[in-house]
Design a protein around this ligand. Structure first.
Ligand code: EPU
Length: 429
């Protein structure tokens, strides 16, 4: 009989204690792709044990790499000759795998990558990826569900992005490092993950300036060498714990997190009434809360704005806050889809275009809900922690993609949560 995996959560507990944050999913996946740029052994330490890292490992294996992911260390042995075709089914399962396009093209002169799948959060086109690579001299076509890019030798050029897209900035970076001449990315993304990949590429021998600013300049080099690198801590996982502490009126120390990457988020939590203290020696931060949070308005924007990946948690927080909040999403076009699920828990959310008005309620009410993407799932879990009675969050494979040991960490903070396999009635009967 088929089973569905779900989290069963009984609300009411305060989250109290310490959690540790590992390397950022959205950095590690791109750093794994960057390993394709240099034959030899790349080692990434402190990585999260999550499904997306396993999928990216498999993508690289099918390209010819040896990959092991053990105890948080990802080891990639990249051969001198690579296959130029990324596995269709794997790429469809994870949008981030499109980032192998640039490095494959730079290394082999040709890349064939499936049009990616990914989260249900918007249309998420690839137009900027394609026009950027075209500017560097690639001929890019789309056939039978694949993007095919060809160019025997990429040539540096200036690429102006319509929007500071994280994925496009990374794509052009990984193509530009081995291109002939100078590449300039204007209106580049400034996310900490961009600074991280630039740090690793520079250690590999790339010539990059302007990382973390809107203009990145890359002087192409002939070859790169592999390195050992520790990715930056996951700011979205850290922000999720901070939000959870505030929503449950708890007291959580988030070890290993970098509070500077979350300044605007933590400032919102202080405005809501929380106390936030950085730990000594940059070892993380502590968030505590005694009262019901006050309502705060939130507007998502590319970094250093409020991260879109924390939007569902911000809506969950607003749904139990004292007062009404206006939440505005500016990065993805369908990120509000999950509010129908939040409404099952009793949240009062009205959306109009990319705005949501949330009227806070003192308590939510436990119910079965469905995670529609990683972050929506995390928002629903936090809301369920504040709901009377039992909730069941299903489709938790989304959470497995980005939150290592989520249930165990929640339990260690005092939450009443367990992961269950529930048999399903076979619809063919
Ligand atoms: N966009 C286009 N055309 C393009 C590229 C992007 O229209 O060629 C649009 C997207 O549709 C979106 C906006 O530009 O509306 C921003 O997209 P961006 O390229 O910045 O996002 P991404 O690289 O696809 C990464 C993270 C997301 C995170 C965003 C924004 C990874 C694997 N994913 O996506 O993380 O929300 O940056 O910070 O790095 C998550 O972890 O749950 C997640 C969705």
């Amino acid at each position: 009989m088929p089973v569905v995996e779900l989290f069963a959560i009984v609300g009411g507990a305060r989250l109290v204690g310490e959690v540790a944050v590992s390397g950022a999913k959205n950095s590690v996946l791109k750093l794994m792709a960057a390993a394709l740029l240099a034959p030899g052994r790349t080692v990434l330490t402190g990585t999260p044990q999550i499904l997306d890292v396993a999928i990216m490992g498999e993508v690289l294996r099918r390209l010819g790499c040896g990959v092991s992911t053990e105890d948080g260390t990802v080891t990639i042995d990249c051969p001198p000759e690579l296959s130029s075709e990324a596995d269709y089914e794997l790429v469809r399962r994870m949008r981030a795998s499109i980032c192998v396009l640039g490095p494959l093209l730079a290394r082999t002169g040709e890349a064939k990558v499936a049009l990616p799948g990914g989260d249900n959060i918007g249309s998420r086109g690839l137009d900027m990826h394609i026009s950027g690579l075209t500017r560097l001299g690639a001929e890019v076509t789309s056939e039978h569900g694949y993007i095919i890019a060809r160019c025997p030798q990429l040539a540096g050029a200036t690429v102006w992005l319509d929007f500071p897209s994280v994925g496009t900035t990374e794509q052009i970076l990984m193509a530009g490092v081995l291109a002939k001449g100078t590449t300039v990315i204007d209106n580049a993304a400034r996310e900490p993950e961009i600074v991280d990949i630039c740090a690793m590429l520079s250690a590999m021998g790339a010539q990059i300036s302007g990382a973390g600013t809107s203009t990145i300049e890359i002087e192409g080099v002939e070859a790169l060498h592999p390195v050992t690198h520790r990715p930056l801590p996951d700011r979205i996982v850290a922000g999720t714990w901070a939000m959870g502490a505030v929503m449950t009126r708890g007291d959580v120390t988030v070890r290993g997190a970098n509070w500077r990457h979350l300044e605007i988020t933590l400032d919102k939590l202080v405005t809501a009434g929380a106390t936030v203290e950085p730990l000594l020696a940059d070892a993380g931060f502590r968030v505590s809360m005694d009262n019901r949070p006050r309502a705060v308005d939130v507007v998502t924007l590319p970094y250093p704005g409020f991260p879109t990946d924390l939007l569902p948690m911000a809506i969950a927080l607003a749904s139990i806050a004292d007062g009404a909040s206006m939440i505005t999403e500016n990065v993805f076009d369908s990120r509000f889809m999950f509010v129908n699920e939040l409404a099952r828990l009793g949240a009062d959310v009205r959306t109009d275009g990319h705005h949501a008005v949330v009227r806070g309620r003192p308590r939510l009410s436990g119910a079965p809900v469905r995670a529609t993407d990683i972050r929506a799932g995390a928002g629903l879990v936090l809301a369920a922690l504040c709901a009377d009675g039992r909730s069941e969050v299903s489709e938790v494979s989304h959470l497995d993609r980005g939150y290592p040991d989520f249930v165990a960490q929640l339990q260690s903070l005092g939450a009443d949560v367990e992961r269950l396999d529930v048999p399903q009635i076979d619809p063919s009967y």
